[in-house]
Design a protein around this ligand. Structure first.
Ligand code: SF4
Length: 195
């Protein structure tokens, strides 16, 4: 999402749609799929004019694309019908769309609206708990714990930093502790084996 924003796809609508495309999907797949869709249509009105089949074809490499395509079209149409094409920076509105959960709502609001929301995916959850910075059993509880502990200025930034860190260094299985730059500061909670 941060990379797409840097490439100019920084509206709240684009960020929200890109996040839906990214769900359960690798970045290497998400980025070209989102770009392909936005090259064809990037406003609620433009996407609302596409058929579900056209949206589905454009995002076909994304996991669960057949479920995401009608959700994306429905979101676009609702924004046209209810909000005169201008999606408001309102968390409750975002969460009212089918297919949008707290992770995507918070990330899109953080990047597109500059609003301080923490987006906790499985990587942020795993890393923050291994550090010992929080102790929470689910991403939802990690979110609440981070909201209590983390200084506000890092609320958006933490996702941009910890998602790639969790994918490439503090991996789910056999984290690369021997090459980790913050080994001395980490409590390695729950780490029983590592590289
Ligand atoms: S030391 Fe290991 S467990 Fe701790 S952050 Fe680094 S890779 Fe993750």
């Amino acid at each position: 999402m941060f990379e797409l924003a840097e490439q100019g796809f920084s509206s709240l609508f684009e960020q929200l749609i890109a996040c839906i495309i990214s769900i359960r999907t690798l970045d290497e797949v998400t980025l070209p799929a989102a770009r392909r869709l936005f090259e064809r249509a990037r406003t609620p009105d433009e996407i609302g004019r596409l058929s579900v089949e056209e949206v589905d074809t454009l995002i076909r490499e994304s996991s669960f694309h057949e479920r995401k395509a009608p959700q994306i079209k429905a979101i676009a149409q609702r924004i046209v019908d209810e909000f005169e094409e201008k999606l408001p920076c309102d968390r409750e509105v975002l969460l009212s769309f089918a297919g949008v959960g707290p992770k995507c709502a918070n990330l899109a609001l953080g990047i597109a609206c500059g609003e301080p929301f923490i987006s906790v995916d499985i990587h942020v959850h795993r890393v923050a708990n291994r550090w010992g910075y929080v102790s929470a059993s689910t991403p939802e509880r990690t979110l609440a714990a981070l909201e209590a502990e983390l200084p506000l200025r890092y609320w958006v930034e933490i996702n941009r930093l910890l998602v790639p860190f969790g994918k490439h260094v503090c991996t789910g299985n056999l984290p690369r502790c021997s090459a980790c730059p913050i080994l001395e500061m980490c409590e390695q909670v729950g780490v029983t084996a590592h590289r």
